[in-house]
Design a protein around this ligand. Structure first.
Ligand SMILES: Cc1cc2nc3c(=O)[nH]c(=O)nc-3n(C[C@H](O)[C@H](O)[C@H](O)COP(=O)(O)O)c2cc1C
Length: 348
């Protein structure tokens, strides 16, 4: 059925297709049972005091303004991350700003944090009780004078309605944002956010989302900073500015972040490196080119406890999470592994 829908959607420009998908998803009439799979309990995983029904999450950027998260949860995702949310609504960069690289099973985007802003999104979440695990990804406005303060506003507004907050320092489309990977700035940011948590008496988990384009020397510094300052999880990775040479699609030279299959190995390598540095003290959420049970398993044995995806959802459609869950269970059975927990880091 999706193949007919897909040929229709793929005839539209990617952003129109995305907006239409969000609009129709709001009315997702399918029961969640339809997207559960046999033996799904093999994929259960408990982290941060919550039971994730399965490790396949929907990554930030798809439901930027929190319009469809309950419908997305119904499609069988183990958790959904909305955002990136900035304090004020913003339109983002001029269109076109998303490009489908079909032959490469990839996307390039330079959206620039288009979203409805904290106030609207907060009200939306409050009026639509979440029916599963919901993360809110926060970031700064393009025109802000104080990026750190924008992160503070994000945390203050969402700590009591989200299951976790992702501190997004890794989008390539907001100037200066990736500078927060520098140790001094990172420590300053996290210490400030932790103080807000303390002042508000909350223990909301803070996740840190990292760029795949950092120099190796940053890895141990970031891992050390995260451990020392009680970061709850590291998300690896956001989109990449690199790796264009081997692409075949006509859009390969477009400016923006590359996601999907060409990012898969880059992010898996990053997971392996962080897994060694973190020494099991902080769980990793693996993201980048997850598009099958095999690619999901690769990231789990590289050290990821949970996964997220975006680009595969565009190419594989509504049954993406269900199909990957099925394939992953098959792999676990073939490997003689009873629970996904036992596979984490097995390949490192
Ligand atoms: C169109 C698009 C928009 C995105 N927007 C965001 C965003 O707002 N915030 C964020 O942290 N990541 C964003 N991402 C990055 C994804 O969350 C994810 O890290 C990346 O796409 C790699 O996963 P994938 O290969 O499964 O797509 C976006 C990705 C795409 C393709």
């Amino acid at each position: 059925m999706f193949s007919i829908l897909k040929s229709f959607l793929f005839n539209l420009d990617p952003e129109t297709a995305h907006d239409l998908a969000i609009k129709s998803l709001k009315y997702n009439p399918f029961p969640s049972k339809m997207f559960e799979v046999e033996d799904e309990q093999m994929l259960n995983i408990e982290l941060f005091g919550k039971i994730f029904p399965n490790p396949i999450g929907l990554a930030a950027g798809f439901d930027k303004s929190a319009e469809a998260y309950n419908s997305l949860l119904k499609l069988g995702f183990g958790f959904v991350e909305v955002g990136t949310v900035t304090p004020l609504m913003q339109f983002g960069n001029p269109k076109p700003r998303i490009f489908r690289l079909e032959d490469d099973q990839a996307l390039i985007n330079r959206l620039g944090f288009n979203n409805d802003g904290i106030e609207t999104i907060k009200a939306r979440i409050k009026s639509n009780r979440k029916k599963g695990i919901l993360g809110v990804n926060i970031g700064p406005n393009k025109e802000t004078k104080d990026q750190k303060n924008d992160f503070c506003l994000g945390l203050k507004n969402f700590f009591d309605i989200a299951d976790y907050i992702t501190v997004n320092i890794s989008s390539p489309n907001t100037e200066g944002l990736r500078d927060f990977h520098d140790q001094k700035r990172l420590v300053d940011l996290i210490v400030t956010l932790n103080k807000i948590k303390k002042d508000n008496g909350t223990n909301i988990p803070l996740f840190l989302k990292i760029s795949p384009d950092i120099n190796n020397s940053y890895i141990s510094e970031i891992a050390e900073t995260a451990i020392k300052n009680n970061i709850s999880a590291i998300i690896l990775t956001n989109t990449t500015n690199s790796n264009r040479d081997n692409l075949t699609s006509e859009f390969k030279k477009e400016k923006g972040g590359l996601s999907g299959d060409p990012l898969r190995q880059i992010s898996t390598n990053m997971i392996k490196k962080f897994y060694k540095e973190l020494n099991s003290k902080i769980p990793i959420i693996g993201v980048g080119g997850v598009n099958s049970g095999k690619s999901a398993y690769e990231k789990i044995i590289a050290g990821a406890s949970l996964l997220q995806l975006y680009t595969a959802f565009v190419y594989r459609g509504p049954s993406t999470a269900k199909d990957i869950k099925k394939e992953l269970i098959q792999i676990l059975k073939a490997e003689g592994i009873k629970s996904i927990k036992d596979a984490i880091g097995k390949g490192v």
